[in-house]
Design a protein around this ligand. Structure first.
Ligand code: HEM
Length: 480
């Protein structure tokens, strides 16, 4: 009897101790017998991250997507990225599914490297925070507000070209275009135009931008570690700027609508709560990175393609000269002028099809669901990629051909052309980006002609596409 009780006791204790493990293993078994999308998960922990990042660094980020679409399925494939089980949804149907199920089946997700560098992103990825942030940004980036920025953008573009391009035989496009978009962002988001302050920010921003989407190994020398250090340096400066602005607002030396920073400091939520300084510093930091690196990549590639395609350059030049000739000699560009730059914008769109500044975006599954007959468990990360459609001949015939006429009439089929994403998380800075790119194009083609110094310069995507040597060009003044 005693023996029986003892064996019962042992069984009970064993069950108590091992039940969670047994349950977990049954769940895993259920998962493995589940109908997951086809694909491979690569190495333990790092999964396929190295291939994902390396195809980018070799300048062919589309290879990661295309190879797997071909091997496994053109609709969806399974992988493991940045330490997370993931599926890549492909084609316009995949894009549409992810964009239209925001906060229903999926929500935005950022790699853990992003949460560590921007601690407040963890809270703001919740849909409510993100909606508030978008609302605030949209009030700043809506067309009525943007109209006010055109003249400032034109002034800064003119100053930039005068100081950095004129009277030079050769220039390096990428760092200069970054300088232009960064100067604009600092001016319009924080009213900063002091060249010393701008120069102080420039290096740590570059380090930060290239370490944001990285394998989160925080050891000396890794790009992730360098990015954390750079973010701390910038945040220190931002805190000083925020404190100063608070004083200026209190003393009415700054206005609440003067720039994004004032707007954030002066706007409370419906409960009367204001954003914390840390939150504001993180958001401004995110905006400065997202808002200048993407547009500078687009401008760099506009310059590259215009150098390679003289007939396209000539047509852009013609359109911009007509606008220039319609204005007084010292008159700045206006909103109405931007609306006339239709061909130039089609050119910029084609540039962003072939060299999208952002390759795609992550989401997280909020519940178990089925997509295209395959099971997606709650918590899996999902990725949409510009590369599943932009260079696909089904949606863009002769995809390697540079053809701005693709955007005439109705333009590309829905959900195929997605450099700015789509749905509720679509880039809120799209119009702002359109303005800064067009203002730059206007000024640069009316002043210069150029040719590439390195005809076969490699492209590196980390995470934005960049010519490996910065796109050095030979300049010639334009004789109008
Ligand atoms: C050519 C320039 C740009 C491109 C190609 C671009 C692209 C994108 C894309 C694809 C997304 C969506 C990512 C996703 O679905 O997960 C996005 C989001 C975002 N972009 Fe842009 N962007 C550009 C310029 C800008 C600018 C100038 C700003 C700000 C001034 C900006 C601010 C943002 C913000 C705040 C988000 C996050 C929106 C959210 O999570 O709801 N972007 N951008």
């Amino acid at each position: 009897m005693e023996q029986i009780s003892l064996s019962w006791l042992i069984t009970l204790v064993a069950l108590f101790l091992f039940l969670p493990l047994i349950l977990l293993s049954t769940r895993n078994k259920a998962n493995t017998s589940n109908n997951f999308p086809p694909g491979k998960t690569g190495w333990p922990i790092i999964g396929e991250s190295l291939e994902f990042l390396n195809t980018g660094r070799r300048g062919v980020p589309e290879k990661f997507i295309h190879d797997r679409m071909q091997k496994f399925s053109s609709h969806i494939f399974r992988t493991s990225l940045l330490g997370e089980p993931a599926a890549v949804l492909c084609g316009p149907t995949g894009n549409k599914f992810l964009y239209s199920n925001e906060n229903k089946l999926v929500q935005a997700w950022w790699p853990s490297s992003v949460y560590k560098i921007f601690p407040s992103t963890g809270q703001s990825s919740s849909s409510e925070e993100a909606i508030k942030m978008r609302k605030m940004l949209l009030s700043f980036f809506k067309p009525e507000a943007l109209q006010r920025y055109v003249e400032t953008m034109d002034t800064i573009a003119k100053q930039h070209l005068k100081n950095e391009w004129e009277n030079r035989k050769e220039v390096m496009v990428f760092p200069l275009s970054k300088g232009y978009t960064f100067a604009l962002a600092c001016k319009l988001f924080m009213s900063i135009d002091d060249p010393i302050q701008l120069a102080r920010f420039a290096d740590p921003f570059a380090i930060l931008a290239s370490g944001v989407i990285a394998i989160p190994i925080n050891l000396p020398g890794t790009s992730f570690n360098k990015a954390i250090k750079a973010s701390e340096l910038i945040r220190k400066d931002l805190h000083k700027i925020i404190k100063q602005r608070k004083i200026e607002l209190a003393e009415k030396r700054a206005s609440p609508m003067q720039d994004v920073l004032s707007h954030m400091l002066s706007t409370s939520d419906e409960n009367g709560t204001f954003m914390s300084e840390m939150d504001i510093a993180d958001k401004i930091l995110g905006l400065l990175i997202g808002g200048h690196d993407t547009a500078s990549a687009a401008i760099t590639f506009v310059m590259k393609f215009l150098a390679e395609l003289p007939h396209i350059y000539n047509d852009v030049h013609k359109e911009q000269m007509e606008i220039l000739k319609s204005k007084g000699s010292r008159e700045l560009l206006k909103w109405e002028d931007i609306q006339k730059m239709k061909y130039s914008w089609n050119v910029a769109c084609e540039v962003m099809r072939l060299a999208p500044p952002l390759q795609g975006g992550f989401r997280e599954a909020l519940a178990d669901f089925t997509y295209n007959g395959f099971s997606i468990p709650k918590g899996w990360k999902l990725y949409w990629s510009t590369n599943s459609t932009h260079k696909n001949s089904t949606y863009f015939p002769n995809p390697e051909n540079f053809d701005p006429s693709r955007y005439e009439g109705n333009g590309p089929a829905p959900y195929t052309y997605v450099p700015f994403g789509g749905g509720p998380r679509m880039c809120p800075g799209k119009e702002y980006a359109r303005l800064e790119i067009l203002v730059f194009m206007h000024n640069v083609v009316t002043k210069f002609k150029w040719e590439k110094i390195l005809p076969d310069e490699n492209i590196v995507v980390n995470p934005m596409p960049v010519p490996a040597k910065g796109l050095p060009i030979r300049l010639e003044p334009q004789v109008c």
